[in-house]
Design a binder for this molecule. Structure first.
Ligand SMILES: Nc1nc2c(ncn2[C@@H]2O[C@H](COP(=O)(O)OP(=O)(O)O)[C@@H](O)[C@H]2O)c(=O)[nH]1
Ligand SMILES: [Mg+2]
Length: 216
């Protein structure tokens, strides 16, 4: 019985996600769903990307959090349109929340839309939002065993950003073994080692984004 209810919820979510996708396509917007555990660097990656691409493309941000508007305020200072979603306890964004946020986003002024999901490595994997790309950020302090512990998240990702590589000298983290474990789950995934703190690797990430946009 419970399984049927969950299936119904996911089916309904999928339909709204498909509508969101059509809406984004009709506005010519590329939407990227950023997922990670809390503190891996979702907001930092958005800020690093804005820094590199400001003036080149028009960026908008939907900020998802259980509560507060701290990230939205930080990102808003960069002069890009931001819409905050507070889930009020839910551990993930869903397509309906994103649909409401899209109504408040000036889409004609946006070419690239970041959707910062709630920090969680489980639930966001099951809820499509209508995004074009799913990006998982995994950071060094979390450890290199995460692909084994949260395989679904790594399986559904189009991109894995390995963030905080500036901390490599201080932590026991085997980047090659980590990348091998990810590829063992998901052969097609793109992997970008990055430091949002130093800017290392950010150029490769933004080039990939620009390439995705030029293909549309
Ligand atoms: N050393 C280091 N710290 C980082 C890096 N990226 C983010 N942080 C720090 O990690 C913390 C969480 O980052 P934030 O972007 O807020 O993570 P979020 O919760 O996923 O949005 C903050 O204190 C950031 O300054 C990085 O590349 N290197
Ligand atoms: Mg954040």
């Amino acid at each position: 019985m419970e399984i049927k209810v969950l299936k119904d919820i996911l089916d309904a979510n999928k339909q709204i996600a498909a509508r969101n996708r059509q809406w984004l396509d009709s506005e010519g917007v590329l939407a990227v769903n950023l997922m990670s555990s809390p503190g891996a660097g979702k907001t930092s990656l958005i800020l690093a990307t804005i820094k590199q691409l400001k003036g080149k493309i028009k960026i908008g941000v939907i900020e998802g959090d259980v509560s507060s508007s701290l990230d939205a305020e930080t990102v808003g200072k960069e002069g890009v349109p931001v819409v905050q979603i507070n889930t009020g306890g839910e551990c993930h964004l869903d397509a309906n929340m994103v649909s409401n946020a899209l109504s408040n986003m000036p889409l004609p002024d946006v070419e690239l839309l970041f959707i910062e999901n709630v920090g969680n490595l489980i639930c966001p994997a099951s809820f499509a939002l209508g995004e074009h790309k799913k990006v998982l950020i995994s950071s060094l302090p979390e450890g290199d065993d995460k692909p084994f512990k949260y395989p679904l998240m790594f399986d559904i990702a189009d991109v894995v950003v390995i963030n905080k590589i500036d901390l490599l000298p201080y932590l026991k983290f085997d980047t090659d073994a980590f990348s091998r474990a990810i590829k063992g789950i998901n052969k097609k995934v793109k992997i970008f080692p990055i430091s949002c703190a130093t800017g290392q690797g950010v150029q490769e990430w933004t080039s990939w984004l620009l390439n995705q946009m030029s293909r549309r």
